[in-house]
Design a binder for this molecule. Structure first.
Ligand SMILES: Cc1ncc(COP(=O)(O)O)c(C=O)c1O
Length: 388
């Protein structure tokens, strides 16, 4: 087991990482040594004892719930562990107590995970413009729509292509004033942008683990506010959603009962056997994030991005970074340059970033050191002088 403490700007816990500068945490994060070890320990136990290993690993779910609750400032019982962000959206889209004529508002440019489920929920979906500029007039656009009658607003805490961090606090207050629920996709924020679901009056929040939380794919969580949990229809319930769901498996036996009530707790949305490997991976990665603290990670990442943004600006890249900081710096290449060529040129030089929806996106996390920035800029210089 690795007992090394995580340090901002140090990648000792990522000894296998090949990239010289790994800047794709808004896509998929690399697995740290503690994550590798946590997964290996579960596999080892199950390979030796099979079902006998079950009890040893049961507490991991509760520990994970506690850590995630602290991360978004709520209580563990408000969380359901779900397979991914989309499943969290689907759960609410399908269980929400919709009324005829209900309308959902979504900002244009939203990642499709937070769009498709609402479109399948049998409600009207309206798209609000979100201009791709710095500091867009988000709140006035939102208020104008809310005043026309809206049941739920679905938004990403951070926009995946531009990195714009949405004003959740103000949006939450505004939604409350107009009687609309606020649903947040937090996968581009949790782990790098401080979140406070209760302080912001967020009703629902969903998040996958493989980006800024640095867990593995196929694991995530859903927050359901206490105010809503009793009002949801149990359309996504399964055998583990009942009260005392395991009672019929105990040695007493003969108490199979399909009519046991469905729990009035967020974890009724854990309908079947969970993703244990995903849970231990996420617990290990969130433990590191907790130790460092999200505000410190946010400051660290933004000091890196300040230097990178300034340097790229000198080469004619146009930044889309908003004053409302996230962990993302998205840029457009200098005129005449193709995004693909620059992206490939960087990858060839060991710099991994991504290209969502026509932007070049840089997303460092706590292990990235600011010393990488001159290396990235030297690579950009070389690409622009020589071609990719
Ligand atoms: C804003 C946003 N939401 C959701 C997802 C992914 O959703 P899921 O975890 O369901 O794959 C991504 C990226 O993959 C994203 O950028």
């Amino acid at each position: 087991m690795t007992f090394l403490a995580p340090k901002l700007g140090e990648r000792t816990l990522f000894p296998n990482l090949e990239a010289r500068a790994y800047l794709a945490h808004a896509g998929i994060s690399p697995a740290s040594r503690p994550v590798q070890e946590a997964v290996a320990a579960v596999l080892d136990a199950y390979s030796r004892r099979g079902a006998g290993a079950l009890m040893e690993w049961l507490p991991v779910r509760e520990r994970l719930r506690q850590r995630l609750a602290r991360l978004i400032q709520t209580q563990p019982q408000d969380l359901a562990l779900v397979p991914n962000t989309t499943q969290g959206v689907l759960n609410i889209a399908l269980c929400f107590p919709w009324k005829p004529g209900d309308r959902v508002l979504i900002f244009q440019g939203e990642f499709p995970a937070n769009v498709t489920p609402w479109m399948q929920a049998g409600v009207e979906v309206s798209f609000l413009p979100l201009p791709r500029v710095r500091n867009p007039e988000i709140l006035s656009t939102l208020e104008a729509e809310l005043s026309q009658g809206v049941r739920l607003v679905a938004v990403s805490a951070v926009q995946f292509q531009t990195g714009l961090a949405m004003p959740l606090q103000e949006m939450g207050a505004m939604c409350r004033r107009y009687g609309a629920a606020l649903f947040v996709d937090a996968i581009q924020a949790a782990g790098v942008v401080p979140l406070d679901v209760q302080g912001a009056g967020i009703d629902f929040l969903t998040c996958g683990s493989h980006k800024w939380l640095m867990g593995m794919e196929g694991s995530g969580f859903l927050y359901v506010s206490p105010e809503w949990v009793g009002k949801l229809r149990p359309r996504m319930a399964g055998w583990l959603s009942h009260e005392d769901p395991l009672g019929f498996l105990s040695p007493g036996g003969a108490c199979l009962d399909y009519q046991r009530p469905i729990r009035k707790r967020a974890d009724f949305l854990e309908p079947g056997t969970g993703n244990l490997l995903g849970h231990v991976a996420l617990e290990a990665s969130v433990a590191l994030i907790e130790e460092l603290g999200v505000p410190a990670i946010h400051a660290h990442v933004n000091s890196y991005l300040d230097a990178l943004e300034q340097g790229l600006g000198r080469y004619g890249f146009a930044s889309l970074r908003s004053a409302r900081r996230s962990g993302i710096l998205s840029v457009l290449p200098p005129s005449g340059w193709s995004l693909g060529d620059i992206h490939r040129g960087l990858a060839r030089r060991g710099i991994i970033c991504s290209t969502p929806d026509g932007f070049l996106r840089f997303a460092p996390h706590w292990p990235n050191h600011r010393d990488e920035v001159p290396f990235v800029l030297a690579a950009v210089d070389e690409i622009l002088r020589q071609g990719s």
